[in-house]
Design a protein around this ligand. Structure first.
Ligand SMILES: NC(=O)c1ccc[n+]([C@@H]2O[C@H](COP(=O)([O-])OP(=O)(O)OC[C@H]3O[C@@H](n4cnc5c(N)ncnc54)[C@H](O)[C@@H]3O)[C@@H](O)[C@H]2O)c1
Length: 303
């Protein structure tokens, strides 16, 4: 994929998935604005990109409010002349079950993920519309947002909201030729190594240098950050023209298109439904095959 002449911003790209996205975009020829709250991590990524012959600049600041979003876009324009791709990746976790989750836990996660995606996408859309040459917004969601996940009220809500915003903006920005897609990644990072079923396997392959086992890469769809970066490069490229409003999953050996929510079963009652009528028909009617919820527990093969 040749992204020469393109300019991208990747939020939260000091480590983990964001770093892989920034490095892969730069390796394909794009100039990249690296952003993180961790100054030394951001500087390391900029140095690594430059050492590999690429172009990069950094903005060390917390994504969330409008002021930082505007700075990300203005840095892209001042350093590299334009903005073509915005990847909203920055994220944190504050996991607690509902009855223990504080307002601060809720607000912190919503601020970085949901508000940060909104403010960065808005600033990017303003600039891309002014340029008049289209653009790409790549919003990072999560399986937790698609299905719900134990202990992740704040995170699941923010990540579900991000997919809803992708669908909304795909409509609003179509005339400006700005494509908007949500990516649903799974990869071994600081975030996922805390999952009990995955942590020891990830640690073992890091220790021995062996690739992740097939069951992890295929059945669980969990691989490296580089596996996910391929999708970001594709979505930034000319090859992805016309793809918009989609939620696309990737991890390990698996690439997937997530279904949009739809009415799965419908029934009609002349004049509307009384509570008694719903009760009488529910189990044999629209409720006959209830949906599952939650991310399925990992299936770890027996040793
Ligand atoms: N790892 C996975 O399997 C997985 C799965 C689904 C979704 N995601 C999402 O992918 C994204 C990256 O995840 P990761 O696993 O690489 O996480 P990570 O914790 O390894 O990296 C996140 C980066 O974002 C930075 N960051 C945090 N708050 C920030 C802020 N306000 N402004 C700027 N930078 C900030 C951190 O310093 C860090 O460098 C997140 O949005 C995450 O929710 C990851």
């Amino acid at each position: 994929m040749d992204l020469s002449g393109e300019v991208a911003v990747v939020t939260g790209s000091g480590r983990g998935l964001g770093r892989a996205y920034a490095e892969a975009l730069a390796a394909s020829g794009a100039a990249v604005v690296v952003n993180d709250v961790d100054a030394s991590a951001a500087e390391q990524v900029v140095s690594a990109i430059r050492a590999a012959g690429g172009r990069a600049a950094s903005v060390v600041a917390p994504v969330g409010g409008a002021e930082v979003a505007d700075r990300l876009v203005s840095t892209a324009v001042e350093e590299f002349g334009r903005l073509d791709v915005m990847v909203t990746n920055a994220g944190i976790l504050r996991d607690r079950v509902l009855w223990k989750m504080t307002d601060e836990d809720f607000d912190a996660v919503v601020d970085v993920h949901l508000r940060g995606t909104f403010t960065c996408a808005r600033a990017a859309a303003v600039r891309m519309r002014e340029q008049g040459t289209g653009g790409r917004l790549v919003l990072i969601s999560s399986p937790a947002g698609q299905r719900g996940n134990f202990g992740q009220t704040n995170y699941a809500a923010a990540k579900a909201g991000i997919v809803a915003m992708a669908r909304t903006w795909a409509m609003e920005l179509a005339r400006a030729d700005i494509a908007v897609n949500a990516v649903v990644p799974v990869a071994a990072t600081e975030m996922t190594r805390t999952i009990p079923a995955f942590g020891p396997v990830i640690a073992e392959s890091e220790r021995t240098g062996a690739p992740f086992p097939d069951w992890l890469r295929r059945d669980e769809g969990l691989g490296t950050v580089e596996d996910v970066a391929s999708l970001i490069v594709f979505l930034a490229s000319a090859e992805a023209k016309g793809i918009t409003g989609q939620a696309i999953g990737i991890g390990g050996d698996r690439l997937a298109l997530w279904a949009h929510p739809r009415e799965k079963a419908t029934a009609y009652a002349d004049g509307g439904w009384s509570a008694d009528a719903i009760a009488a028909s529910w189990h044999g009617g629209v409720g006959a095959e209830p949906e599952t919820y939650g991310i399925p527990a990992p299936k770890v093969p027996e040793a």
